[in-house]
Design a protein around this ligand. Structure first.
Ligand code: ADP
Ligand code: MG
Length: 328
């Protein structure tokens, strides 16, 4: 089984690319075979994975998409032909596997500057879906970094996606970005493509900032929005605002090589395990390795503890409170 997750919100700067690149590394560390599709300007996800890039030649994803510009609306490219074309183009780029991944891998369809223009020439919105399908037998999980702006590239991304993860930073305009994303998904559903909300992840949270609580409360108290009960989809842990994430794409290496404090990335470990289970890869979620091994006292920002003086609680307590026994 293979699930395609889109990470998206109709607003920039919410931690989409940081989430995709960190999740991809962690999923690989759990032994999963990950396909990353970077459709978000200016290619921060691709840049954030730079330490893993091999020296290889490859064509642009845009030129590969354009090979199917004559495909009529609604049609999907033939999987065999799509696979061959990718192979000839040197795509996806096989990132350098790490010994600790034990069978996991990351393959990347990298961002390029003309992707938006290329998508505008396509008649079928299912061209990217054809490529992802062609790679599916060697993929456990696909992560797409969605464009923040509307347009044909986003339409193409949505047509390839099963489930959406919405990251949002605690700022009032982010809620509009969530609304707009859910509206768009609802339109895609009405057009016959079953796309679902997987989860809402709060990112860049400073536990001392009152707005974190306000935004969380707004989400928890929202009525049904576009067919989604948001309170059931908000993940219970939040990613902390940490200086080591700032401009992560400039460093091109993982956060755990820039700081030794596991509290800084622990929420992404929990997100990875949640995602692997959501994707039906439960057996992968069990074995923590390398930077995913968190000491039980690692502090987790627990959103339901925001009313307390200190909402950061030890991992062991967090897992007791939020995870079923079988998942601890
Ligand atoms: N948890 C975090 N703490 C601090 N800065 C962050 C965090 N997550 C992301 N950032 C920074 O915020 C900016 C926006 O994040 P990014 O992942 O690029 O968002 P998006 O892809 O949604 O535009 C980047 O400079 C990034 O390095
Ligand atoms: Mg981005």
């Amino acid at each position: 089984m293979h699930t395609v997750y889109g990470v998206g919100i109709r607003k920039g700067g919410q931690g989409k690319s940081t989430t995709v690149s960190t999740l991809a590394r962690l999923c690989a560390l759990y032994g999963a075979r990950v396909l990353v599709v970077d459709l978000a300007q200016p290619g921060s996800t691709s840049a954030s994975l730079r330490d893993l890039w091999p020296e290889t030649e490859h064509a642009d994803l845009a030129s590969v998409l354009l090979a199917w510009r004559a495909l009529p609306p609604g049609a999907t490219p033939d999987a065999k032909q799509a696979g061959e074309l990718l192979g000839e183009s040197g795509l996806p780029v096989d990132l350098t596997s790490q010994p600790s991944w034990s069978g996991g891998c990351i393959r990347l369809l990298p961002w390029d500057d003309v992707l938006g223009d290329a998508a505008a020439f396509l008649q079928s919105e299912r061209v990217l879906k054809g490529f992802i399908d062609a790679l599916s037998k060697d993929t456990d999980i696909t992560l797409i970094d969605f464009p923040a702006e509307s347009g044909p590239l986003l339409v193409t991304a949505l047509a390839a996606t099963d489930k959406v993860i919405i990251p949002l930073a605690p700022e009032a305009p982010s809620l509009e970005g969530v609304d707009a994303m859910l509206r768009l998904m609802s339109r895609v559903r009405s057009a016959g493509h079953p796309i679902e909300l997987a989860g809402i992840l709060m990112t860049r949270c400073d536990p001392k900032n009152r707005r974190v609580f306000d935004i969380w409360q707004t989400l928890m108290q929202a009525d049904e929005v576009e067919g989604e009960i948001l309170s059931r989809k908000v993940l219970p842990f939040a990613v902390r605002q940490v200086e080591f994430y700032e401009q992560a794409f400039r460093y091109g290496d993982p956060i755990w090589e820039r700081t030794g404090n596991p509290s800084h990335w622990a929420a992404y470990v929990l997100l990875t395990e949640w995602l692997l289970r959501d994707a039906g890869l439960d057996e992968r979620a069990i074995i923590r390795r390398g930077p995913a091994i968190l000491p039980p006292e690692t502090r987790i920002l627990d959103l339901s503890a925001l009313v307390l003086d200190d909402p950061e609680i030890p991992l062991a307590d967090f897992e007791r409170a939020h995870l079923p026994k079988s998942h601890r």
